[in-house]
Ligand binder design. Sequence first.
Ligand SMILES: [Zn+2]
Length: 153
Amino acid sequence: MKFIADRMLGKLARELRMLGYDTVYYRGENAYSLMKSARGDDRVILTRSGQITPERPEDRIVKIMEDKPSLQLRELIERKIISLHEEPFFSRCLLCNTLLVEIPRDEAEGKVPDFIFYQRKKFFRCPQCSRIYWQGSHQDHMQKKIEELKNIG
Ligand SMILES: [Zn+2]
């Protein structure tokens, strides 16, 4: 399942990428073009707005009820819209949604802090924005969040 999140849902979009879900963040304000890009790419629309309603049979819209960004991912799991078993965690760039590729270890030298380079064996790079990731590079609170979510999912 692929998503497009509206401008109110930036945090949720990043967290969905963290879980491996292909999620575009739509920063615009135009509901029509949001709808259009969702259709063109076969994405489910995530929105906080009650104004966006399906117009065609293929339109799939999920209205997020939860106000607090920190609870919105949980809402999607509780409503069984996503699960923690569908996609590989940490496989996408959190900033631009691109799938990460593994790079040879020596390519990471000098591009990550030295202590990280010596501690870690595997490194990944985003082919789009060139950001380098390694296991554990996502902040601890994200790892913790996943552990919490496992208890409900
Ligand atoms: Zn990127």
